[in-house]
Every structure is written in C-alpha cells, then in structure tokens.
Design a protein around this ligand. Structure first.
Ligand code: GAL
Length: 788
C-alpha cells in the first residue's frame, strides 16, 4: 500500500487550517455525518501526490529556534504549521475477496497517528517506532473505492536525535482467511544444532468463521534454494467460532546449515492450514538455525565465542531522512560489514522490519531495543509487540530493555520495571536474553541487579571493579568509543596548536563546526576509538561493544549547536562515506588487508610545514616514502596506529607494508585541479515498481584521473526517464542546502571534501534512465541505468 498517497499539512493550533479537525472529528456516530477529511467524497485533489515511505521533515527549513535534537527542522510546538501531516490513500478491493479478512498494517508512523477508514475511526497510535495494525474487515466497501485517512502529529519528540515526521515505513493491506495465523503468532526456536538440527515451531490458529472448523497443519521447510528438506503434518483439530488453538511441533532438519555472520544461511518454514481438503492459508516464515549462549567469558554463537564488533545506529540517511527504501538498508548494512562490524544496535528504538531482513540475509547480529524502560501498559505492550514481531529473525541475538534512564536506573523502581520487562521477554522469547544501556560506572544497583547481561554505556573506568565484584554476570559494551570527527578535515601540525580547545575537543573550524578527521576528540563521558578497543579487545570477560555510532545522523550536534545540524559521532558520515577512523576499525575488526594514509596530500600546507601523517593498517611493519624517499620503517603496534611527522612537499606519499611476509601498499597524491565528474552507482540496474533505490556516489578527478579530495564545487543533476531523485547529501554537518527538490527545481549539491551523493527511486516502466551531472568548468558525466 506504499504507492499513490495524498499528503497535505494541517495545523497543530488552528482547526480551520487543520481540515477542521476537532470540529469535524465527530464521535457522535460511528460514521461521520456529511463530508469530512475521512470521507471518500472529500476533495483531496490539491494535495501532494506522494509514495511511501515519506518523511516530510527532510524538506522543512532549518531554524535556529527549532530543537537541536531534531536537527533544527521546524517541528514542535513553535511550528504548528509544519508539525501536522495528513495522508489519504484510496484503494479498491476485489469483490471475489469479500469472504476474506482484511487488516491495514502500518510499520512505523512518526508519530501520534489518528486513523480512519471510509469515515469511520480506527484508533490512535502514539509510538513513532512500533507499528500498528487494525482489522478492517467490517468496514470494507467491495463495490466502491475505500479510503484510509491518517492524521500524524509530530509536534512531540520521543528521542533526542532526528526522528523524521510522517508515514516513514511501509503500509500493508493484509488479506487472509477466517481460519488463520497472525504472523506474530508463529514462533520458531532452534532446539539443537548438529548434523541434524531440531527446531520447535509454535503456532496459534484462530477461527473467525461463525461455525466450528476442523483443520490440520502441513509443515514444509525449504532450504535456501527453495528445496523441501523437511515435511510433516499435524493431527486434525477442531476449533470453535472465535476460538484459538496453540499448536507446537518439533521438526528436524538433516544435514542442516547453520546461520552465522559469515554464512547467513536462512530456511523458510511454510505452514499451510488445510480444512476440507482446501488450503485456506499459507504462511512463509524465514528463520535461521543457530544457538546463543551468554557466558561470563563472552557471547557464543553456535557454541563458538564471537566478539561483538558493534555499532549503534540511528535510522536516518543523507537526503532522505528516516524514509529509507529497503535497498538503502542493505546498502548501509553492507558498508558496516565491509568495515568488519558484526553487530548493530538499533539505538534507541525498534527498527523497521526490513532492516532486520537485511541483517538476516547479510549476516549482521542485532541488538533490538525497545523505546523506553517502562512497564506501564503502553510501553509494555510496545515491548510485547516488538518481541512478537521480530523474534523469528535469525539476526537478533539480544534485546535491550532501555537506555540511560538516569532518574530510575539505580533505584528500586528501575529494578522492578526491569524485572517485569525481563520476565515478559523470557515468556515470549526464551531463546534470548536482555541487556540495558546503563551509564552508571561500576554500580550494581537497580536495573543492574536483575539484568542478565550488564551493559556499559561508556564509563569503562568501572569495568575492572565491576568484573571482579560480579564474576558471574556477562558484560557487554552497549555504547563505547565516541570519537567526534568530520570527514576530510585536516590541517598541518603547527596549526593544531592554534585550533580552539572547545569542550575538550579539537575544532578545526569554529564557524562550520568542523572537527579534525582523526581519532583525537571525544566527549568527556566517552573515549576515543583506540582507548576502548585497547582496554577491552583481549578481555574475555567483555563480550565486545557497540561504537557510538556507525553513521553520523541528523540532530545531536554535540559539542556544537546551530548552524551545525548533525552529529559528529559517526565512523562514517550521513552518506556512508568513511571517515579516517573507519580504517582503524577495519584494521582490527576485519580480515581484509588495510593500509590507509591520512591526511590526503592536497592538505593546505606550505613546503616544509610539518604534517602529522597517520597510518592505519593491520600490516606488521610499514615504511613510508615521500616522492620516492624513505621516511623510515616502523612496526605497527597491535590496536594502534603509526605517525610520521613529515615536512610537506607536494607529490606522492606512499606506504609499503609487510603483512605475514606479503607486501601491501597504498598512496595519497597531490592532485591537479578537477576536470571531470565521476558518478559511481552502487549497482547496475533498478527493479521497476517504485520501491527500489540506487545510491550514486559523486566525486571529481583531475586530468590524470586522480580523485580530488578537497574539491568543494557545486554539482547540478538531471535525471531523464521514469525514476526520481529523492534526495542528495554530502556529509557536511553544517550544510543547510536542500536535500529534496520539487518537480521544476534545479537539483544540486556541493561536494563536501570531494564527495556528494544522489539517491534515486525507481519508476514504474521498464525503460533505462540516465543521470547527468554538470559543474562549471568540468566535463559532464552521464550514466545509464537499466530498469528491469
Ligand atoms: C549517550 C546516549 C546516546 C547519545 C550519546 C552521545 O549517553 O545514550 O543516545 O546521546 O550519549 O554521546
């Protein structure tokens, strides 16, 4: 149900500018009298035509008066005219389906949504992160068009980071039989692993026919190639009208392949409900065969200790905010895998289901986090729904019941709430455990008295004492590291003394709030990358940790404020372009050869000015050469980096490393002026149907073809064919340029330190598209992409 919606702004304070909401929101009868915003007859022809996912905040202006948490976008009580969004979607339902059940499912709306169908109210859903679904069987019109209306109120923030606004995840119309299994009522657990593995399936069958029914279940397990590897049939059961049956069955799989991060092997359980020789329902559930153990000496996946090399991530991306097409989830997870990360923490909220699908398929462990440490019915239900929605995902290895609840985390209240949530988790998913992101140093009071796996948010000074005092409690780093840096910002060594010391961090440019792109600066509650990794990497009593954060995100511009609008915590920027510490993590986390030199050699330095050259590598020893002359050989310290103080001369700086006796090398070179634009798409073709995405990375090269790392020119884009540029970005944390463009606007973006990015959404016809890029004085670039 993602395509062809209508959208318009309402108003948080004036009903007349809010489609007369509150005046026409008539609860006196089930169906509103006359025509209002929720009736099929309502005229929405002047509204904007949009496709989901949709985040209206991306296109809003920046304002100094707006919340820094939301990236200074004009949302909130002071911006009533841009904080309410109205959506309408018309659809037909086949008359032949009139004996079926219907459900409308929203995977995520930010936030506080009121929902109607055909003028009748369905309900209000507050959470901006958990989805909601409504049974709409009774309301469907099989002869005429139906209309779903949604009023979204993004006035109230939930987090202290950018959260977007609108229906930013998928919407589904689920059609099923009256004898059925709700998707969240299938639960598959691995019971044992070996040549033959055992799984336990638990399934609830509901009968919404008006008569008693008899049925049986047919189980089939398909392997990766859709080949049936196990089959079974249940007994025959009788079920009363409005009845519910809980059925479990153990199934074994011969010669099974296990799921892990290197080989994320997935099976599909196909469950058929058969009644009177007719298949009424067929449910497909993907799962992986694997076991988890959480021990004081680490986390075990399939009985092997796996070090958690994790990143915390918020959900927005350059150009598109929180409205990520599924392909962008895969793009981002692939970038993290390439760096060597094996785990993802969805900070501080439930992720979209497609993120979990990407992690299942690509082999990325996930710590799945509920929004608040709260056992009141609103949040307990969110937690329950989260576990039931997600527990079949192979990738999830742990639940997180909350984060830094400073006022209750060390109290008896915190302890009781945690206990209630943990008990609920064990009831709904006994195959996993929970942790909590506490910033309490070595204290074991409140939540930490009952939490099965102790989470450390920073404060690692307390780790040694805590371990000694609690030898039986497994420990994980729920938030670690937290270098703040800006991609591509480098200055010569003697100018570093001149840079302003601001809140404990090195600032290269106070106007634009740019930090050095080195592992120098960190917030005073956290640590640098090298500090936490050195403290914990070989510590068996620490499962590993989640770096704050994998990518920069909008909002939380710590340690700055306006005009700085996004965070600096990322190992990569908002586009997913690596910063310098990316290569540090990759050196020690991945098994790939890494040899990376920073800064780039276009650094603004005078001849003979001292430049500190950092080399990140997992080679054993490295020799650096400037224009062919050796600057000396050094041994690479484990988990460290090497520095050469180099008297700057233009030319080529080359590093040659020896890794296990093999030579590896890399270089940076002073380039000439940019002459040509280069467009690099992340794949060769798009799938038609409006739901695929293409990331095109943009850079410029000199006449020798060398990428110019400090180019900052403006690039114009033009897209020919049936597809759309839905966003542009460049990773500049203080850019106030537009991310999205209207139909007749010129699409443009400046390069930021040599790079920018364009995101294209596929169209509906199978014709090739062409992306053109122009910049004054440079050769244009054109790429053609097939749509299939
Ligand atoms: C943590 C918090 C994160 C983020 C981070 C910034 O305390 O849990 O959400 O705010 O600090 O350093």
């Amino acid at each position: 149900m993602d395509n062809d919606w209508k959208f318009t702004f309402g108003h948080a304070k004036e009903s007349s500018k809010d489609l007369f909401y509150k005046i026409h929101n008539d609860f006196s009868k089930t169906k509103a009298k006359g025509i209002n915003f929720s009736s099929i007859q309502y005229d929405d022809s002047t509204w904007l035509q949009i496709d989901l996912p949709h985040d209206w905040a991306v296109a809003l202006p920046f304002s100094k008066e707006a919340s820094c948490s939301h990236g200074y976008k004009t949302l909130g009580v002071d911006f009533p005219q841009t904080s309410i969004g109205w959506y309408r979607k018309k659809f037909m339902v086949e008359a032949t389906d009139s004996d079926k059940r219907f459900e409308i499912q929203f995977d995520g709306i930010f936030r506080d949504a009121h929902i109607w169908i055909n003028g009748m109210y369905l309900g209000n859903y507050q959470s901006g992160y958990m989805g909601v679904k409504y049974d709409i069987t009774d309301f469907i019109d099989f002869k005429n068009e139906n209309v779903i209306t949604v009023r979204v109120d993004a006035t109230q923030a939930e987090g202290w980071f950018y959260e977007g606004a609108g229906i930013y995840r998928h919407v589904w119309l689920n059609i099923f039989d009256n004898l059925y299994t709700p998707t969240e009522d299938v639960y598959i657990q691995t019971k044992s692993i070996g040549t033959n593995s055992e799984i336990l399936t638990e399934i609830v069958v509901k009968n919404q026919y008006l008569t008693e029914k008899t049925f049986y279940l047919e189980y089939k397990i398909l392997d990766r190639n859709k080949k049936v590897v196990t089959e079974a049939t249940s007994d025959v059961f009788r079920i009363q009208p409005n009845g519910k049956l809980f059925l479990s069955k153990q199934l074994s799989i011969n010669n099974s392949s296990l799921w892990d991060t290197d080989n994320p092997y997935l099976y599909t359980l196909v469950t058929k409900i058969v009644s009177n020789n007719e298949t009424l329902e067929e449910l497909h559930t993907r799962f992986g065969i694997r076991t988890f153990r959480y021990e004081p000496d680490g986390f075990y996946l399939n009985n092997k200790r796996v070090q958690i090399k994790g990143v915390c991530v918020h959900q927005d991306h350059a150009g598109i905010g929180t409205a990520l097409l599924d392909e962008i989830q895969y793009y981002r997870i692939n970038l993290l895998k390439e760096m060597g990360a094996n785990a993802y923490r969805s900070a501080h909220n439930p992720p979209t289901p497609e993120l979990l699908q990407a992690c299942d398929s690509l082999g990325m462990l996930v710590m799945n986090e509920t929004r608040l440490l709260n056992s009141g019915s609103e949040y307990l239900t969110q937690f329950e729904n989260l576990i039931k929605r997600d527990r079949n995902h192979a990738c999830i290895f742990m639940w997180c019941i909350g984060n830094e609840e400073e006022l209750i985390q060390t109290t008896i209240t915190g302890k009781r709430i945690a206990q209630t949530l943990i008990t609920k988790q064990h009831e709904l998913d006994p195959s996993r455990t929970s942790t909590y992101g506490g910033n309490v140093g070595n204290k074991k009071e409140g939540v930490n008295e009952v939490i099965p796996v102790r989470g450390f948010n920073y404060n690692l000074y307390g780790l040694e004492d805590y371990k000694n005092q609690n030898p039986n409690q497994p420990i994980i780093g729920t938030e670690v590291g937290s270098t703040v840096s800006t991609r591509g910002i480098y200055i010569p060594e003697n100018e570093i003394n001149k840079i302003e010391h601001f809140n404990g961090v090195f600032v290269a440019d106070t106007v634009h709030a740019y930090l050095l792109d080195q592992d120098y600066s960190y917030t005073n509650w956290a640590s640098r990358a090298e500090q936490w990794l050195n403290q914990t990497f070989f510590d068996e009593r620490f499962m590993g940790g989640f770096v704050w954060t994998g990518f920069d995100y909008r909002g939380e511009p710590t340690p700055f404020s306006f005009p700085n609008i996004n965070s600096h915590f990322g190992v990569m920027d908002v586009c997913g372009f690596p910063k310098n510490i990316y290569y540090y993590y990759k050196s020690w986390w991945s098994d790939k050869d890494v040899l990376h030199i920073a800064p780039h050699w276009n650094i603004d330095a005078q001849p003979n000015q001292l430049v500190k050259v950092w080399v990140y590598s997992n080679a054993d020893e490295i020799e650096l050469f400037l224009n062919g002359k050796s600057l000396g050989k050094k041994m690479m310290p484990k988990l460290g980096h090497l520095i050469w103080e180099v008297k700057y001369q233009k030319g080529i700086l080359k590093a040659v490393g020896l890794k296990n006796g093999q030579k590896i090398q890399s270089s940076v070179a002073t380039t000439g002026k940019p002459t040509k634009i280069i467009l690099t798409p992340h794949k060769k073709s798009l799938k038609v149907g409006n739901q695929d995405a293409l990331v095109v990375n943009v850079c410029v090269v000199d006449k020798k073809g060398l990428e110019v790392p400090n180019a900052n020119g403006l690039i114009h884009f033009n897209l020919l064919g049936d597809a759309q540029i839905i966003g542009v970005g460049n990773g500049d944390p203080s850019s106030h340029e537009k991310d999205t463009f209207g139909k007749n606007e010129i699409i443009q973006r400046k390069l930021f330190n040599g790079k920018c990015q364009v995101i294209i959404r596929s169209g509906k016809t199978k014709t090739p598209i062409q992306l053109q890029a122009f910049s004054q004085g440079l050769n244009n670039a054109t790429i053609t992409i097939l749509q299939q």
